[in-house]
Write a protein that binds this ligand. Structure first.
Ligand SMILES: *[C@@H]1O[C@H](CO)[C@@H](O)[C@H](O)[C@H]1NC(C)=O
Length: 231
């Protein structure tokens, strides 16, 4: 009986974890999992990153993907999730331009190269709980690749930060992926502020170590830099 309970609890815990193996650009999904998106270390186990200063916070991967996706500036993008994204917390998107002399299939994303282009804020639902856009879906929220971004190869990073245990240090769970993309039809904007990952997040950032029961929704501060505004 005890064993049976343990198995049940294990199954529930695994369902609450997820990965983002497939990028969707203007409604067209990556042909198969992990073809332009770099396979993450939790592809099997699904557990999130809990230490926001660890190397895993960047892409959570140890291998490049085989392909690079063409993504026109202005595209709508999102990711398919392997499980329902059922925890409260923000979804954020970042891009990093591949430096001259490297390529999207090789660049490791090191240095102050990342800018944020989308984040999400909570509201209160009818049960007086925090709820975020996209919560309880099997896809991440949509975001738009900025129109004015310079053309070239980039790493695209998605993260969903699960905050249900975030009142304890290093208990927020980061679910994330990086994809290899080539942006076309962009402009001459200067994206920023640029940050390094790890580097941009600390364990005690107010958006990472947070008791959702003790703040109002509009007081939530998504971690990391401000969203780039290209206007
Ligand atoms: C997200 O974008 C896709 C196209 O990629 C579209 O089909 C879908 O309706 C959008 N979802 C929302 C909530 O706007």
């Amino acid at each position: 009986m005890k064993l049976f309970t343990g198995i049940l609890l294990g199954a529930v815990a695994a369902q609450a974890h997820y990965t983002f193996p497939r990028l969707v650009v203007n409604g067209k999904a990556e042909e198969k999992d992990w073809s332009v998106t770099r396979m993450t270390k939790n592809a099997q186990g699904k557990q999130g990153v809990e230490n926001p200063t660890s190397a895993d916070i960047r892409c959570y991967s140890s291998q490049a993907a085989a392909n690079v996706a063409d993504v026109p500036a202005g595209s709508t993008i999102h990711y398919v999730s392997t499980q329902q994204i059922n925890h409260p917390g923000p979804t954020q998107y970042y891009l990093a331009k591949v430096p001259a002399g490297s390529s999207a299939a090789k660049f490791d994303g090191s240095g102050a190269v990342w800018f944020k282009f989308h984040t999400t804020m909570p509201t209160i639902d009818k049960n007086k709980q925090f709820t975020w856009p996209g919560q309880n879906l099997y896809t991440t929220v949509n975001a738009t690749i900025p129109d004015n971004i310079p053309d070239g190869e980039y790493l695209l990073r998605v993260e969903h930060i699960a905050l249900h245990m975030a009142m304890q240090a290093n208990k927020a769970q980061f679910y994330l992926s990086c994809s290899q993309i080539r942006i076309t039809g962009g402009g001459n904007g200067t994206p920023g502020p640029l940050v390094a990952l790890p580097g941009a997040y600390k364990s005690n950032d107010p958006g990472i170590l947070v008791n959702l029961g003790a703040i109002k929704p509009d007081a939530y501060q998504p971690p990391g830099p401000a969203v780039w505004s290209d206007s």
